[in-house]
Design a protein around this ligand. Structure first.
Ligand code: PFF
Length: 488
């Protein structure tokens, strides 16, 4: 393991500076103390970096969010839009963020400031986004926890009932309880610094989740009407295309790949100079998109098997995974279905935990950087703040049901605000910053430190023209669309 100095010394110990622990170093979460620590640790080799970044990227965004957006926004046309955006906007932004992080050796809040004093505000904007996401991410984590608990206690059959999900999320004490439990588990892991253990375990559990997903997908595809679902999911129907499809896909891209919120800057700050940024980004993208596509292939056809792909089911949003999958598990009978359900939700819970840990670490590092607090105090403040901020989202389907804008619940609003408004703005500003303030060369030089940057020309054109104009156009049209100025 290599250690490099940063100029951000504030006296905190580098949490991952255990030189003897090579294995743990290979998949660590860059965490709060590390950012401000005197010595900065780095990932062991390229694969360590790719695994750690993918560990943060793969989470509920892939398994829960991608399938319901694909179902809602027309199936194949959403997939096509998403893939085009992933290999263009996604690629460019991830390259840029990792290079900014590696160049500055700092996380977002300090990285922009280091590159240009007047642009410190962009670091702050990036920092606000995880603060909004973590609470509602934890509400969904709580839902997964509830399903895991239900299967574990042998009530899997009930989970397949038509009203199980809606009555659960409408029950104030239940959604609050499972949300609070989820946040508390994340908090305890982060407070006692046992992330390395969790991440080591995730090296086995993530492949297990992928294998189980493949198994369930193959099984679902043998059921009647599933092929209709596959066609809906994979064949683009251009009549279903709208600005909503593009905005939905763009927001999902940022969310799923942990972009436009400073996370990849932090990961980049831990990357060794001799590792290649470009090929790492290709690998993370393939990993993240592959798992999302697979999860959709499991969930969307299931919606056709059990409800004929009715518009209500496809368009139901956040509940899709929780409604569709228990019905698949149910067909294995009480015992088989119970075991399968418990296993599946345990693995999803784990993926949600690893992502939530990296989100909480990010928020903690912001609190430490901004308020110069000890790690312990910052952990506590983040924990209490997350609990408080998550309460409205947790109650948004029951006690606070009346609070809604344009049919959006509070959780939907938080999701919309972060993914469809703030992240596109942060991404737009990042491109302007690179293309016109520090110039593309600053970034491409960093990428070329260890070899050729094959997509350099593409990167320059994208950062200077296509991405900022494209993102601004998408954002503006959708704002006008939401405001009802014109309908697309
Ligand atoms: N990319 C994660 C997912 O798809 O679930 C969400 C996420 C995790 C965002 C960690 C940000 C983060 F720091």
């Amino acid at each position: 393991m290599e250690e490099k100095d940063t100029s951000l010394a504030t006296g905190c110990e580098s949490p991952t500076a255990d030189a003897s622990n090579e294995a743990a170093q290979s998949a660590q979460t860059p965490n709060a103390g590390g950012e401000v620590g005197k010595k900065r640790s780095s990932f062991t080799g390229k694969i360590g970096f790719v695994l750690a970044a993918a560990g943060s990227a793969v989470g509920l965004g892939n398994i829960w969010r991608f399938p319901y957006l694909a179902a809602k926004y027309g199936g194949g046309i959403f997939i096509l839009t998403y893939i085009i955006l992933a290999v263009t906007f996604g690629f460019v932004l991830m390259i840029a963020e990792i290079a900014i992080g590696r160049k500055t050796g700092a996380s977002a809040i300090n990285a922009f400031k280091k590159l240009h004093k007047k642009w410190a505000f962009l670091g702050i904007l990036c920092a606000v986004i995880p603060i909004i996401i973590l609470p509602y991410y934890s509400v969904i984590g709580g839902w997964v926890g509830k399903y895991f608990f239900t299967y574990l206690t042998g009530s899997g059959a009930a989970a397949a009932g038509d009203t199980f999900f809606s009555s659960f999320i409408a029950s104030p004490w239940q959604s609050l309880l499972f949300f609070a439990l989820f946040v508390t588990v994340v908090f305890v892991i982060v407070l006692f610094g046992v992330e390395k253990g969790v991440e080591k375990t995730s090296k086995f559990l993530m492949p297990a989740l992928v294998l189980l997903t493949i198994g369930v997908t193959i099984y679902t595809l043998t059921m009647p009407n599933s092929l209709e679902g596959v066609k809906y999911y994979l064949l683009p129907d251009f009549k279903k295309f709208s600005i909503g499809t593009v905005l939905g896909a763009l927001g999902q891209l940022f969310y799923s790949m942990s972009l436009a919120m400073g996370i990849m800057i932090t990961y980049g700050s831990y990357m060794k100079k001799e590792n290649k940024i470009e090929s790492s980004v290709h690998q993370i993208e393939v990993f993240d998109t592959g798992i999302a596509l697979l999860a959709g292939l499991m969930i969307v056809p299931a919606a056709f098997v059990f409800s004929d792909g009715s518009p209500e089911t496809l368009g139901q949003g956040p509940g899709l995974m929780f409604v569709a999958l228990p019905k698949v598990f149910q067909t294995f009978g009480p015992v088989g279905g119970g075991i399968l359900g418990a296993l599946f939700f345990a693995l999803v819970l784990f993926a949600a935990l690893t992502s939530a840990i990296s989100l909480m670490e990010t928020v903690i590092s912001i609190v430490i950087d901004k308020f110069r607090l000890s790690r312990r105090k910052a952990c506590l403040i983040t924990y209490i703040g997350t609990l408080l901020l998550g309460i409205p989202s947790a109650l948004g389907f029951g006690a606070f049901k009346k609070v809604s804008i344009g049919g959006m619940t509070i959780l939907d609003m938080m999701d919309f605000l972060s993914n469809s408004v703030l992240m596109p703005i942060a991404a737009f500003l990042t491109c302007v910053f690179i293309g016109y303030v520090i110039q593309c060369k600053t970034i491409t030089d960093e990428i070329e430190l260890n070899g050729k940057f094959a997509m350099k020309k593409f990167f320059n054109v994208m950062v200077k023209y296509v991405c900022p104009i494209g993102i601004a156009a998408i954002l503006l049209t959708s704002i006008l669309d939401v405001a009802g100025v014109f309908k697309l």
